[in-house]
Structure formats: C-alpha cells, structure tokens
Design a protein around this ligand. Structure first.
Ligand SMILES: Nc1nc2c(ncn2[C@@H]2O[C@H](COP(=O)(O)OP(=O)(O)OP(=O)(O)O)[C@@H](O)[C@H]2O)c(=O)[nH]1
Ligand SMILES: [Mg+2]
Length: 424
C-alpha cells in the first residue's frame, strides 16, 4: 500500500514539479532576456536623445541671444552653414600686404590663416606691394596659397624714399639719438619709409585705383576665429569707413611733437572739418578713469596716446583718397616728423580717422580673433568662441581687450558703442 502511494506521488507530483520548475526557469530567462532588451532599448534611446540634443543645440545655437562683447548685435545674424557650392557675393575690395621678399614664410602663414578663416569662401584678390621687385619664389608661393587672384606692384621710389627736402644732417643726428635712447626701431631708416608710406601713399598706388575697400594684412599674424560675416560687406552696408580690432597706447618718445602739429592743424582747419563734438576727438583726448584704469602712461600733451593698431585695418580707400585726408597727411608730412622723429602710421591713421570721421563711421570688429605679436584679441563669449571655431582663450595674457594697456574701453566710452559706459 505504501509502495503504491509513493509511486502515485512520484508519478503525479514529479511532472507537476518539473513543469513548475521548468516554467519558473523559462520565466527567469524571459525576464533576463527582457532585461537585456530593456537595457539595450534604454541605451539606444539614450544615444538617440544625445544625438538629438546635440543637433538641437547646434541648430538652436545661433538663435540664442549670446552673451557677447558686442554692441553691434544686428550685424551678427550669422549661421554656420553647409556651404559647399555656395557662391558668396563679393564687395569691391582687396586684401593688401606690404611685404619684403625675405618675409615670404611669414606672409604665407598669415595668408593660410586668413584663407582658412575667411577668404576661402569669398576669394578676394590679394594685392602685394614692395619697394623692390618681388622675386619669382615669392610670387609663385603666394599665388599658390591664395584662393583669389594675386597681383604685385612695385612702389614708385618717390612714394617710398626720403624726400629731398629732409635735412640729412639733422636726420642722421636724430636717428642716432633715438637709437641711443633705445626707442623701438628708433635707428631704422626703412621703418620710417614704411610708416610714411602707410600713412600717406598706400592708397595712391595705381593697382588699388579700382577698389573701394582694403584689408591690411601683415606677415606672421594669425586670425583666431572663423569670420562670422564678410567685414567688407559690413563696411558698405553700415556705411563704415574704418575698422579695427585692437587699440592701445603709443610710445610717446616716437611722436614728441605730433600732437602739437595736430593742434596747429585743427586751428587752421576749424570750420572746414568736423567739430570736436561731432568727430571722435574725445577718444583721443579722454584721460579719465575708465573701468578700473587711468591711462597707463602719463602723456605730456592732451593726446592720450590711444590709437588703433594698424597692422589690422579694414578701410574705405575713398576716405583716404579724399582731399581732407590728403590735406591732413600733407600738413603732418611737411613737418618732417616721419623722419626727424618716428611717427607711426598707426597714430597718424587713428588721429586722421578720429578727427575726420564721425564715431559711427568707425567700427570695432569685436568678433574677429586676431594676433600680431605680442598682443591678441579673442571674443569674450564662450558660445561665440565655439561657434566660430576660435583657437584662443580670452583670458590669455596676450589678449589685450580689457587689459590696462588697451584703449578699447576708451573707445567704448567715447567712440561708438557700449553706451552703458557713456557718462552723458
Ligand atoms: N617691402 C617692404 N615692406 C616693409 C618694409 N618694412 C616693413 N615692411 C612691411 O610693413 C609692415 C609693417 O612692418 P613691421 O616690421 O611688421 O612693423 P611693426 O608691425 O611695427 O613691427 P613688428 O613688431 O616687427 O611686426 C609689414 O607688413 C612689413 O612686411 C620694407 O622695408 N620693405
Ligand atoms: Mg608687424
């Protein structure tokens, strides 16, 4: 009887147990499988979400009001686009480089940078000027590097060399004295020719006759960011005559009598040029506290020594060709200060444009990262730096924008823009 009942139990319960255990195992593996599916779905959807997020961020990016260091927001409706095959409209403009044959390598560095950051879309012409003929190597290599047409001109000697009326004895004497004082380029004759040429003759070169705008480029400079617009186009559409990126103080020992000459010029031309109130005169003479800083150098005249750094400049050639500017230059030139002292083209251009133009005709391009040893400028906004593929840090030591030795804040205050800094 006991045997029969245990057979009965075995034959009934074992299959049931087996069935139950099997079902449980099956369930277990199903759960595991489900978990696997679940986790793979989770990671997939995570991936999709991230992709979507980054796409969304990229698309969203240009539409955000970026915290930028700009007062010209409406010039900046820039949207990075896939522009293969896109034809960009061009202005009547050329990129311009005064350069020596021996500076070929530095010229190519600057060209490569500007082509990458700007000109590979537009293919503006490159114009090269030299006081001696360009050699074959220079012409070949720069033509290969340019995405636009290249052209080369020899500067007429009367536009470059010291004029006959310069007193040679006095000139040599002053040259030696400045060299002894350790003035930068104080003993260089060719540097003086270069400064005078850039102040009063570059725009008279016949090779430039058919252009309206120029963009000055020097060897060994770098453009840190993609250009978010065509600056020539901004110049024309917004009626700008002069554009800069860096402004700083001049060494006073290179221009001891320049401001005195300017005062004579102002007196002689009163009524014929803009009044001090209508021009950017205040930018040149304001020496009050700006931000945390007074001028870093005590100037001995009313000129605060602020100037636009002319190794980067974008300008309207018609302004420089005007009788007003030519008269301004000739008044200065007649004093001989380009040779007896060492007047630079940067203060001369800066004073010229500040006196002869309205502040709103001068533009600070604050989105264009740039470096010419030893100073640079870099957009302050992190978002802008990403968007324009910048390779600079705005807090780098070399970045001068709001450093004590920069005049940019004086421009914001007295020129155009940054109106919240204006006292009036
Ligand atoms: N053809 C020619 N170009 C010159 C001469 N001297 C200077 N330049 C160019 O004029 C521009 C200004 O000269 P730089 O030597 O760069 O003067 P700088 O910028 O004040 O000084 P750096 O700090 O040395 O760059 C550059 O584009 C030079 O290539 C010269 O004698 N002949
Ligand atoms: Mg230079």
């Amino acid at each position: 009887m006991a045997k029969r009942s245990s057979i009965y139990i075995l034959s009934v319960f074992v299959p049931i147990w087996t069935f139950l255990i099997c079902s449980f195992c099956k369930e277990l593996s199903l759960i595991r499988k489900c978990r696997n599916i679940d986790s793979s779905y989770t990671s997939l959807s995570q991936r999709v979400k991230e992709q979507y997020d980054s796409n969304r961020r990229r698309n969203y990016f240009p539409e955000v009001k970026l915290s930028r260091n700009s007062y010209e927001d409406y010039t900046l409706n820039y949207r990075r686009q896939n522009d293969y095959g896109h034809v960009y409209p061009r202005e009547n403009a050329t990129i311009l480089m005064l350069v020596r044959n021996s500076e070929l390598e530095g010229a190519l560095d600057s060209m490569r940078s500007l082509e990458d950051r700007f000109n590979n879309k537009y293919h503006y012409d490159w114009t090269f000027l030299n006081d001696v003929p360009f050699d074959e190597d220079f012409i070949e290599a720069t033509t290969a590097m340019a995405s636009g047409k290249t052209q080369y001109a020899l500067i007429p000697s009367e536009n470059w060399n010291r004029p006959q009326w310069i007193n040679e004895t006095l000139f040599e004497e002053r040259l030696r004295a400045m060299e002894d004082e350790g003035v930068l380029y104080g003993g260089s004759k060719s540097y003086r020719n270069m400064c005078r040429f850039n102040s009063g003759f570059f725009f008279r070169q016949t090779i430039l006759d058919n252009y309206d705008y120029y963009f000055r480029v020097e060897p060994n400079v770098e453009y840190y960011c993609d250009f978010p617009y065509d600056p020539f186009r901004i110049m024309r559409l917004k009626d700008k005559k002069y554009g800069f990126v860096i402004s700083l103080y001049e060494y006073e020992e290179t221009i001891p009598t320049l401001w005195h000459t300017i005062e004579e010029y102002l007196e002689a031309n009163e009524g014929a040029i803009l009044s001090k109130e209508d021009s950017a005169y205040a930018f040149l003479t304001d020496s009050g506290l700006v931000g945390k800083h007074y001028p870093i150098v005590e100037a001995s005249s009313d000129y605060n020594l602020c100037h636009f750094w002319s190794n980067f400049e974008i300008g309207d050639l018609n302004f420089f060709r005007s009788d007003e500017y030519k008269n301004f230059f000739e008044t200065l030139d007649a004093k001989g200060g380009f040779y007896y002292e060492r007047w630079g083209d940067a203060p001369v251009h800066s004073i010229g444009v500040s006196l002869l133009l309205r502040p709103d005709e001068i533009i600070h391009f604050d989105e264009l990262g740039y470096f010419h040893s030893p100073f640079g400028t870099c957009p302050a906004s992190y978002a802008v730096r990403l968007d324009q593929r910048c390779r600079c840090r705005s807090n780098d030591e070399s970045v001068i924008d709001i450093a004590p030795h920069s005049c940019l804040m004086r421009w914001w205050k007295n020129g155009s823009g940054k109106f919240f800094l204006k006292e009036k």
